[in-house]
Structures are given as structure tokens and as C-alpha cells.
Design a protein around this ligand. Structure first.
Ligand SMILES: CC(C)(COP(=O)(O)OP(=O)(O)OC[C@H]1O[C@@H](n2cnc3c(N)ncnc32)[C@H](O)[C@@H]1OP(=O)(O)O)[C@@H](O)C(=O)NCCC(=O)NCCS
Length: 336
């Protein structure tokens, strides 16, 4: 690294999950499933569900305020707000603009980023560029979802998998060799039909027919998405490391997207990391899409699993299809 190279890093983290817990026992009363099936196939025990009054921007607001407080940054200092979400409050305006207003971030540009469950990885990669380019000093990246609003609660193959939540990080220039070292963003729109919400856009606007045909819900080919996820997790890790001139032995901690414990364990094996160095929260939150990685990051920090200078790799995959990864040399902003 040249001594003048500017690197963006995480200088504050905040999260929020709704209070209401929906356990596997609760799911047994809703669809033909069992706690045993859900735990064995996915590792999920429970998930959170937003209250009727809570939309995605409300979850994002609490997480964002906590991240700003953690960073010691005021909303007025934000230059850019990026909200990665698949469940915006509405099609437009952007949830990021609703958040900007709630935060009172008077001088921030704000936009949503749609990249499936990889949205948080995309968001950091994009947000970091503003800082390295010198066009922004402080960027807020949020992953927030109310997936409970778009899952079909009568479809056992999808409704047991997802949960609501939000996570936010503040990005700023960090000193020395810390910060985002490399990032890889990939997509394959040819697989878009494997995980999608078919109606409500310009292709199939909302109509009585689309509602009757359940087209405003998540539709997923679970088996194909599983195969895709297992394949790309290892590939993305290798690409991120290659770009950084590092090897698997250099990874200190791994934060995978939380969709299924079997996918996480498979990826950990491929990368060659013991599970003590892998973040897992899918058991308690299910798949919270763009919120899963920041939720897992905050928990890892609270448990003291990540130290200054650690090489932390984050890998996501999801609808699009999209996948990608980041390598972050951790900057211990708490003890700066
Ligand atoms: C969805 C997933 C858990 C299903 O697990 P699986 O081992 O692939 O199971 P299958 O899809 O092969 O289904 C096995 C059987 O269980 C049944 N089943 C599905 N959901 C069930 C549930 N909640 N409870 C009980 N049985 C269920 C299926 O109907 C199927 O029955 P059949 O064989 O009689 O048709 C798994 O495919 C998965 O995690 N895929 C990735 C999904 C994902 O990560 N999506 C988000 C990406 S960001």
C-alpha cells in the first residue's frame, strides 16, 4: 500500500431487531412443519417479526441512530446514506430518503441499493468508494428488512426461513493499513427467476389477478439457490483474497450471510476456518437478508471475537442473482 492511499473503514456499528419472537413451535401452528425439520435443514430456531406499525425505515432508523452514537458522529455530518433493502417502505421514494428525513441528515445524499441479500456487501463497497475518491467524508450504510411483509405465511418452504431486522455502519477514512482492503461484486441475472417477487413492478403491475395468484410474495427454488450459494461462497472468498494478495491462512474471522447453517458450515470448511472464527446468528434471527451481516458483525464485536488489525472477510449471496465479498482489516475505533 502506498503511504498516501486513502482507505475507508467501519467506525461505528448499530443494529435493531423487532421485539416479537416467532419460534419454530409458533410456525408449527401456522404451516405443516416441525421444529425438528426447520432446525435440521436450516439451523433456525426463531426469527423476529416487525410490529404492524414498523416499516423498514423504522428499523433502519433505530439501527442508524445506534451506529451514529457508536461512531460519535452526528446525523448532520453524514454526506451519503445508502440503504440496502429488498423490502423498501414503498416502491418510491427511496427508503434512504425517508431515513434521511427521520435522522435529520440535512446535507446527505440518499439512495437505495437493490442487490438481494448481498446488498450490505454492495453497500459497503459503494460507500467506501466515495471516501477513497475524496467525494464524501462520512457515509452511512444500512441493511434493513421487513421480509415478514413479503413472505407467504402459507408457504412452508419459504415462510420458516426469513426474519426482520436492521444493521448500520458508519464509514470514514481510517489510518494506516486498516479498512476495506478489497471487494468483489458479482451477478448472474440469468438466475433471477430462482428467487424473486414476480409482481408489483412494471412487468406485472399490481392487479386483482396478481394478488389472487400470490405474485406479491417471495418465490424461491430453494434447492437451486442452495447449490448456487455453496458454489459462490468459496469462489468469492478466493477472489477477495486474491485481490488483496492474501491466502486463506490470513483470514482471522469470517462473517457469512446468514441463510442456512448448512451453507455457512460448508463455506467455513471450504475456507478452512473452525466454527469459533465464523459468525452465526441464523439460529436466532433466520435469514434477515441485508441485515444479517451487520447483525452478525455487531455480535462478534460484543463477544470480543474481532481485534485491531484482524483480517475480517464478509461474504454474501442472494437474489439477482448476486454475490460478493469484502476483506476488511479491522480498525479498533473504540480504542483509537
Ligand atoms: C429451503 C431449504 C431449507 C430446503 O431444504 P432442502 O433440504 O433443500 O429441502 P427440499 O427443498 O429438498 O425439500 C425436502 C422436502 O421438505 C419439504 N419441506 C419444505 N419446507 C418444509 C418445511 N418448512 N417443513 C417441513 N417440510 C418442508 C418439501 O416439501 C420437500 O418435500 P418433498 O420431498 O415431499 O417434496 C434449502 O433448500 C435452502 O436453504 N436453500 C437455500 C435458500 C436460501 O438460502 N435462500 C435465501 C438466499 S439469500
Amino acid at each position: 500500500m502506498g503511504c498516501n492511499e486513502i482507505r475507508a473503514g467501519i467506525v461505528g456499528v448499530g443494529t435493531y431487531v423487532p421485539e416479537r419472537v416467532l419460534t419454530n413451535a409458533d410456525m408449527e401452528n401456522m404451516v405443516a412443519t416441525s421444529d425438528e425439520w426447520i432446525r435440521a435443514r436450516t439451523g433456525i430456531r426463531e426469527r423476529r417479526v416487525a410490529s404492524a406499525e414498523e416499516a423498514t425505515s423504522d428499523l433502519a432508523l433505530v439501527a442508524s441512530r445506534r451506529a451514529l452514537e457508536d461512531a460519535g458522529v452526528s446525523a448532520g455530518e453524514l454526506d451519503v446514506i445508502i440503504v440496502a433493502t429488498n423490502t423498501p417502505d414503498m416502491l418510491f421514494p427511496a427508503t434512504a430518503c425517508l431515513l434521511q428525513d427521520k435522522l435529520g441528515a440535512a446535507k446527505a445524499g440518499a439512495f437505495d441499493l437493490l442487490a438481494g441479500c448481498t446488498g450490505f456487501i454492495y453497500g459497503i463497497a459503494v460507500g467506501a468508494q466515495f471516501i477513497t475518491a475524496g467525494t464524501a467524508r462520512t457515509v452511512l450504510v444500512v441493511g434493513a428488512e421487513t421480509l415478514s411483509r413479503i413472505v407467504n405465511w402459507k408457504d412452508r418452504s419459504t415462510c420458516v426461513l426469513f426474519g426482520d431486522g436492521a444493521g448500520a455502519v458508519v464509514l470514514r477514512r481510517v489510518p494506516g493499513d486498516r479498512g476495506v482492503i478489497s471487494s468483489v461484486l458479482r451477478s448472474d441475472g440469468g438466475g433471477g427467476h430462482l428467487l424473486h417477487m414476480p409482481a408489483g413492478g412494471s412487468r406485472q403491475p399490481a392487479s386483482v389477478e396478481t394478488i389472487t395468484a400470490n405474485m406479491h410474495y417471495v418465490h424461491m427454488n430453494g434447492r437451486e439457490v442452495f447449490k448456487f450459494a455453496v458454489r459462490v461462497m468459496g469462489e468469492a472468498a478466493d477472489e477477495v483474497l486474491h485481490q488483496a494478495g492474501m491466502g486463506r491462512e490470513d483470514i482471522d474471522f469470517f462473517i457469512p450471510h446468514q441463510a442456512n447453517i448448512r451453507i455457512i458450515e460448508h463455506a467455513a470448511r471450504k475456507i478452512g476456518l473452525p466454527m469459533e472464527r465464523v459468525a452465526v446468528n441464523v439460529d436466532r434471527y433466520g435469514n434477515t437478508s441485508t441485515a444479517s451481516i451487520p447483525l452478525a458483525l455487531e455480535e462478534a464485536l460484543q463477544r470480543g471475537k474481532i481485534a485491531d488489525g484482524d483480517n475480517v472477510i464478509m461474504i454474501g449471496f442472494g437474489a439477482g442473482l448476486t454475490w460478493g465479498g469484502l476483506l476488511v482489516k479491522w480498525y479498533d475505533y473504540k480504542n483509537r
